[in-house]
Write a protein that binds this ligand. Structure first.
Ligand code: ADP
Ligand code: MG
Length: 626
C-alpha cells in the first residue's frame, strides 16, 4: 500500500476510507450546489452570510494564522469595498463621470474595480508602515485605523453619514439579476471557493514556504533570500483585498450600506472566526465563520429574553467562548477535525510531475579564491567590545574553523559576516563586494549559505519543505503564478533538489516527517541540507556537530570534506576540538573578542596562548602570562 504517506502521519493506522480529502471537499461542494435550489429561504440567506464572512476570515487566516500578523481592522476594508460600489452605483457625481454607462449592468463591476483599487492603495500604504511594527504595536495599529476608518465612513457627507447609502443596484450578470440571496449566494460561494483554491495553491508553493516562515522564522527566511518585509506587506494587501471583495458582495446583497457593520466590534468578530476555527487553516476559517454566524443568530434570539434587555451581549459570550475553545483546542477546532480526517480519509496520492524545470545554477569560483573576507571588524555593544579588530578570510576549497571559549564573540562575528548585524567598524566583503549595511538576503543571493547555532526550522513542516526553502533564490515564480499553478515544473525541481540534499546528508528516511520530530542533532543536519539546497559558494556552520553521536560526527566530517573537495569555502564554529583539529585546514582562535592565534591545526594546538585561553580553564589553573 501507500507506505510513504502513512509513515508520514505515523499514528494513523492504514486508512480504509474510500474518499480522499479532495474527494470529500468536492462531494460537500456538490451537495451544497445540488441542494441549493431546495433549501428554505432563511437557510440560503444564512449560508450566504457565512460565505461573506468566510471570505474575510480566510484572508485573516492567511494574515494572522499563517503570517503571524494580527489585525483587528479587517472590517474597515470590508467597508471600503462596500462603500466604493455603493457610491459608484448611486451618486450623481459618479453617474456624471460614467456618462452613458450610468445605470447599466457594468456599474457594479466598476464599483468592484474602484473598491479593490482604493483598498489596494490604502492597504499597501498602511501595510508598508504597519507591518514593520513588531510585538503589540501591529495589533494596536490595526485597532487605530479600524476605528479611524469607521468614523470616516460615518462622517463623510458624500457617503451618507450615519444613515449611509440606500438604493444600491442589484448585480446583473449576463442579463440574469442576482437580486435574490439565492442567486447572489451562488456568486458569493463561487468567489469564496475560487479564492480558497488560489490560496491553497499559493501555500503549496515556493512563495507559500516563504509566507509560512513569516510567523516564526523571519531571520531564517531572510538568510534564505526571502524579502520578509515585502511578503508581509503583500499578505496584508491580499487579506485586505479579500475583505473588500466581501464588502462588494455584501453591498449588493443588502442593497444599502451604513457604517455599523464595519466597526471595530465586527473586526474583532472576524478575528474570532479565524482563531476559533483554527488560524492558519483555510477551511478552519470557513468553519469559524459558520460557527460564529450561527451562534450570533441564536444568541441574538436567546440573550435578550434571557437577560431582559437588549444589547450587544453576544460579544461577551464570544469572548468567553473563545477562551474555552482555545483552552481545549489551542490551535482552533480545525486541526482536531483534521486528525480525525487523517484517520478516516484515504491519503492523497502524490502526482508525478509532468515536467521538471531547471533551477538556477551557480558557477563555483576556482579553489583558493577569497570568497569571504572580514577586515578589522569591531563590534561594540555599548561598552562591551564583542569583536575587536577581527580579520579573517574564507577561501574556496578550504575549511576554516573559528574556535574560542564561551562568550569569546564567535556568534557575534558570525552575525557580522552573514548580514544579520552590521559591524561598528571594519569591512566585510563577499565575492569581492562590500557588504556593509546590506541585508542577509543579499548575502544569500551572492552565494552564502548558513546554519544557526539555535536550530531555526519550521517544526510542523516536513523536512523536505524546510530544505526546499533553502533553494528559494534558485527559482523565481511569484504569487500569481503559484496561485494559478503555473509553477508546477519549477516546484517539482525544488522538491527534487531538496530530496537530493536530504539524501546526501543521510536523512532520506526522514524526508517526509515533520522536522520537529527529529533529534536535535539531526535537525542541525537538516539545516545543513537547507543551506546546501541554495548551492552556496560559502557555507557558514555554527556548531554543526553539537548533539551528534560519534558515527554521525564522522559522517558529517566526511560530508564537509567532500564539499571542500567540490570547491566550497566552509567556516565552522565548533566546540568539539577533536572534530575541528581533524577537519580544518586553518583555525582562528578568539578570546574576549580578539584573535589570539591563527594557523594550521598543529600550530594552533601548540600555541601556548591558545592552551592557556581555551584549554587552561579546564585542565590547569589559569596563569597570567608574564
Ligand atoms: P560566543 O558565540 O563566542 O559564545 P557571543 O558572540 O555570543 O560569544 O558573545 C560575545 C559577547 O558579546 C558576550 O559577552 C555576550 O554577552 C555579548 N553579546 C552578544 N550579543 C549581544 C547583544 N546583542 N547585546 C549585548 N551584548 C551581546
Ligand atoms: Mg555562540
Amino acid at each position: 500500500m501507500d507506505n510513504k504517506a502513512s509513515a508520514a502521519i505515523d499514528t494513523a493506522p492504514a486508512s480504509r476510507g474510500f474518499l480522499t480529502r479532495r474527494g470529500l471537499t468536492l462531494a460537500a461542494v456538490l451537495a451544497l450546489a445540488v441542494s441549493w435550489g431546495f433549501l428554505p429561504e432563511f437557510t440560503v440567506v444564512v449560508i450566504s452570510y457565512i460565505g461573506l464572512y468566510a471570505l474575510v476570515a480566510v484572508g485573516l487566516a492567511m494574515l494572522t494564522g499563517v503570517g503571524g500578523m494580527t489585525s483587528f481592522g479587517q472590517a474597515a476594508f470590508v467597508g471600503m469595498g462596500a462603500y466604493a460600489t455603493a457610491w459608484v452605483g448611486t451618486s450623481p457625481t459618479a453617474a456624471g463621470w460614467l456618462g452613458p454607462l450610468a445605470g447599466s449592468a457594468i456599474v457594479p463591476w466598476i464599483g468592484l474595480a474602484l473598491g479593490l483599487a482604493v483598498t489596494f492603495a490604502f492597504a499597501w500604504a498602511l501595510g508598508a508602515i504597519t507591518v514593520k511594527l513588531s510585538g503589540h504595536y501591529l495589533p494596536l495599529c490595526t485597532i487605530a485605523w479600524g476605528l479611524g476608518l469607521y468614523y470616516l465612513f460615518g462622517n463623510m457627507d458624500f457617503l451618507g453619514g450615519q444613515t449611509g447609502i440606500t438604493g444600491v443596484p442589484a448585480l446583473v450578470i449576463g442579463g440574469v439579476s442576482l437580486a435574490s440571496p439565492r442567486a447572489l449566494g451562488i456568486l458569493i460561494w463561487t468567489a469564496l471557493l475560487a479564492s480558497m483554491w488560489l490560496l491553497h495553491n499559493l501555500l503549496d508553493s515556493r512563495e507559500g514556504r516563504a509566507i509560512r516562515a513569516l510567523k516564526s522564522g523571519r531571520l531564517m527566511a531572510e538568510s534564505m533570500g526571502v524579502d520578509t518585509a515585502r511578503h508581509r506587506t503583500k499578505l496584508f494587501v491580499l487579506a485586505a483585498l479579500m475583505a473588500a471583495l466581501s464588502g462588494w458582495l455584501y453591498a449588493h446583497m443588502q442593497r444599502f450600506v451604513n457604517p455599523t457593520p464595519f466597526n471595530l466590534n465586527i473586526g474583532i468578530e472576524y478575528l474570532f472566526m479565524a482563531v476559533v476555527g483554527g488560524a492558519g487553516h483555510l477551511w478552519g476559517a470557513v468553519l469559524g465563520a459558520a460557527l460564529i454566524t450561527l451562534l450570533k443568530e441564536k444568541l441574538q434570539d436567546v440573550l435578550p429574553s434571557l437577560l431582559g434587555t437588549s444589547g450587544n451581549f453576544e460579544v461577551i459570550v464570544f469572548g468567553l467562548l473563545m477562551l474555552l475553545v482555545l483552552q481545549r483546542f489551542a490551535d482552533g477546532i480545525w486541526p482536531a477535525l483534521e486528525r480525525i480526517g487523517q484517520r478516516l480519509l484515504r491519503p492523497e496520492k502524490a502526482k508525478a510531475p509532468s515536467r521538471v524545470a531547471e533551477l538556477a545554477h551557480r558557477q563555483l569560483p576556482a579553489k583558493g579564491t577569497v570568497l569571504l573576507q572580514a577586515k578589522d571588524v569591531t563590534k561594540r555593544f555599548g561598552g562591551l567590545v564583542a569583536n575587536n579588530v577581527v580579520s579573517m578570510t574564507v577561501k574556496a576549497g578550504e575549511i576554516h574553523a573559528l574556535i574560542g571559549p564561551n562568550g569569546a564573540g564567535k556568534s557575534t562575528f558570525f552575525n557580522m559576516i552573514s548580514g544579520v548585524d552590521d559591524p561598528t567598524e571594519g569591512e566585510v566583503r563577499l565575492m569581492d563586494q562590500p557588504m556593509q549595511t546590506r541585508p542577509a538576503r543579499d548575502f544569500a543571493a551572492l552565494g552564502l549559505g548558513r546554519t544557526f547555532q539555535h536550530v531555526r526550522l519550521l517544526g510542523t513542516r516536513s523536512v523536505v519543505d524546510n530544505v526546499a526553502l533553502g533553494a528559494h533564490l534558485r527559482a523565481k515564480r511569484g504569487w500569481i503564478a503559484s496561485m494559478l499553478r503555473l509553477d508546477r515544473a519549477e516546484e517539482a525541481a525544488l522538491q527534487a533538489e531538496a530530496r537530493k540534499q536530504i539524501e546526501r546528508c543521510g536523512l532520506g528516511a526522514h524526508a517526509d516527517s515533520p522536522s520537529a520530530s527529529l533529534a536535535l542533532g539531526q535537525q542541525r543536519i537538516v539545516e545543513i541540507a537547507r543551506a546546501l539546497a541554495s548551492q552556496p559558494a560559502v557555507l557558514l556552520l555554527d556548531e554543526p556537530a553539537a548533539g551528534l553521536r560519534h558515527l554521525e560526527k564522522r559522517a558529517l566530517a566526511e560530508l564537509l570534506s567532500q564539499l571542500r573537495a567540490e570547491g566550497l569555502g566552509i567556516l565552522v564554529v565548533e566546540h568539539d576540538m577533536e572534530f575541528v583539529m581533524n577537519l580544518a585546514d586553518r583555525i582562528t582562535v578568539l578570546e574576549f573578542g580578539t584573535v589570539i592565534a591563527e594557523g594550521k591545526p598543529a600550530e594552533v594546538q601548540a600555541n601556548p596562548k591558545v592552551l592557556d585561553a581555551y584549554l587552561g580553564g579546564v585542565d590547569e589553573p589559569l596563569e597570567v602570562a608574564a
